[in-house]
Design a protein around this ligand. Structure first.
Ligand SMILES: CC(C)(COP(=O)(O)OP(=O)(O)OC[C@H]1O[C@@H](n2cnc3c(N)ncnc32)[C@H](O)[C@@H]1OP(=O)(O)O)[C@@H](O)C(=O)NCCC(=O)NCCS
Length: 134
C-alpha cells in the first residue's frame, strides 16, 4: 500500500475532546480514494458507491503528522474496490482502517459504464508510451 498523502493535524480538524474529528478524517479519505479511483480508471466521472465498516483504531492529536494509504483490491466491470489505512507517519501506529470502498465509473449519461481496467496502474507505467521530451 502506498501512503501518498500526508496531513498535519491542526486546531480546525479537532473535535471538542481535542482529538482528530472523525468527520474531517472521512472527508480526507473520501477525496483521496476518489482521486485514486479517477487515476486508476482514467475517468473523472467516478462516484462513491459503498463504504464498509470504519474502524477508528486509535486517536490522533493536534500536531500529529498522519498519512493516508489506499490500494485497489478488485476491479469489477464498472466498479473498483479499494482498501484504506490511515496511520501516524512518525510512529506508524494505525489510526483508522476501512476494509472496503467501492467507486463506480459513470458514463456521460451518469449511468454505470464499463471501465475496461483489470489491474493497478503505477505512475511509472502511465507515461511510459509518451514521447521523450527533447
Ligand atoms: C453509483 C450508481 C450510479 C450505481 O447505480 P446502480 O444501479 O447501483 O448500478 P449497478 O447495479 O449497475 O452497479 C454498479 C456497480 O456497483 C456495484 N455495486 C452496486 N451496489 C453495491 C453495493 N451495495 N456494494 C458494493 N458494490 C455495489 C455493482 O456490483 C456494480 O459493479 P460491477 O459493474 O463492477 O459489478 C447509483 O447508485 C448512484 O448514483 N448512487 C449515488 C452516488 C453518489 O452520489 N455518491 C456520493 C457522492 S460521490
Amino acid at each position: 500500500m502506498n501512503f501518498h498523502t500526508r496531513k498535519w493535524v491542526k486546531p480546525e480538524d479537532l473535535n471538542p475532546n481535542g482529538t482528530l474529528f472523525g468527520g474531517s478524517l472521512l472527508r480526507w479519505i473520501d477525496e483521496e480514494a476518489a482521486i485514486y479511483a479517477i487515476v486508476q480508471l482514467g475517468n473523472q466521472r467516478v462516484v462513491t458507491k459503498y463504504i464498509s465498516e470504519i474502524n477508528f483504531v486509535s486517536a490522533s492529536r493536534q500536531g500529529d503528522i498522519i498519512e493516508l494509504g489506499i490500494t485497489a483490491t478488485e476491479f469489477g466491470r464498472t466498479s473498483i474496490t479499494l482498501t484504506c489505512e490511515v496511520r501516524n507517519k512518525i510512529t506508524r501506529k494505525s489510526i483508522l482502517t476501512v476494509e472496503k470502498m467501492v467507486f463506480v465509473n459513470l458514463g456521460e449519461d451518469g449511468l454505470p459504464a464499463p471501465h475496461g481496467r483489470t489491474e493497478i496502474r503505477y505512475v511509472k507505467d502511465q507515461f511510459k508510451d509518451d514521447e521523450p521530451i527533447a
